[in-house]
Design a protein around this ligand. Structure first.
Ligand code: ZN
Ligand code: ZN
Length: 300
């Protein structure tokens, strides 16, 4: 195995569909012989902080396990959104017009997804005080939604790129989660028409310059790039496209980027999927030396 870690695992405390409990997570990771593994529930905004606090209590109550860590997965949100959450101004969450259809969410559980100003400023809703108070050992950061850009490829591509650059420059971030994931989904009307086909070929239209700049930023700022089965193993994405994405990430390796592996497990921990990822990454020339650890996990 070249993969010796799984730093991205959701517990039942996560605000989404996750349902794993700590004892089963530890068991699976020990079965796979991981040297480091950790839980990392979603914090889209501070609205989700109670989830993180419960996960933290469960983590502490479980007791010390060598190599088992407490992390978090934050979303690139906006300053506007974080301020609205702090003021409990949720009105824009309930019903709004998206691509000509009413779109409804009952709570801002995923952040305030519509109604804000496009073009930033961006923000993650986590502070250094939160990190110290909860003993958060590492921060995974991901792009999970457009920050108020239109749902077409051109706009979403620019939005994703600016969010990824923001995260790669953020002092609290250690790992860039699933780079570019979600680009095809949000470049169309899938949010209101779940059956709409996604054009996964859009992943291949990301300009090389964007890959290169992100690689440079990650090296300069000491950020790690995550390999995540949601792209490299997703059956719905044609293999040829998945492999091209891995080739692009192999290009980052040439730039000096180090990687992490995160299964992003939610409902079920699939050990066989991790073995499959290991096989694929080995085939693309990755070795265990290409993987790194967040600063706080070194020498632990
Ligand atoms: Zn994510
Ligand atoms: Zn995740």
């Amino acid at each position: 195995m070249i993969i010796k870690q799984d730093l991205h695992i959701h517990t039942h405390c996560s605000c989404d569909s996750a349902s794993l409990h700590i004892p089963e997570i530890v068991q699976h990771c020990q079965n796979l012989g991981f040297e480091h593994f950790g839980i990392s529930d979603h914090l889209h905004t501070a609205f989700n902080m109670p989830d993180i606090e419960i996960a933290n209590r469960e983590f502490n109550a479980f007791g010390h396990v060598k190599g088992f860590h407490f992390g978090i997965e934050v979303t690139c949100a906006t300053k506007w959104e974080c301020e609205m959450i702090a003021k409990r101004e949720y009105a824009s969450c309930f019903v709004c017009n998206v691509l000509g259809k009413p779109f409804q969410t009952m709570t801002p559980i995923d952040g305030i997804m519509y109604g804000g100003p496009a073009g930033g400023p961006l923000q993650i809703d986590l502070t250094r005080d939160d990190i110290e108070r909860l003993g958060i050992e590492y921060v995974i950061a991901g792009v999970h939604k457009p920050d108020y850009s239109e749902h077409n490829f051109k706009a979403v591509l620019e939005d994703w790129y600016s969010q990824l650059c923001y995260l790669a420059n953020h002092e609290l971030v250690d790992i860039i989660a699933h780079p570019w994931e979600g680009l095809p989904f949000w470049s169309g009307d899938c949010i209101v028409n779940r059956s709409s086909p996604q054009d996964f070929g859009l992943y291949l239209q990301i300009p090389q310059e964007y890959w290169d700049t992100l690689g440079e930023l990650m090296v300069k700022n000491g950020k790690l790039a995550e390999f995540n089965p949601c792209i490299i193993l997703a059956e719905r994405i044609p293999e040829v496209i998945r492999f091209k994405i891995i080739e692009k990430m192999a290009g980052w390796k040439e730039q000096g980027v180090k990687f992490t592996f995160g299964s992003d497990s939610h409902r079920e921990y699939k050990e066989d999927h991790i073995l499959k990822c290991d096989e694929i990454l080995s085939k693309f020339g990755f070795t265990e030396n290409d993987f790194g650890l967040p600063e706080a996990l070194k020498n632990k």
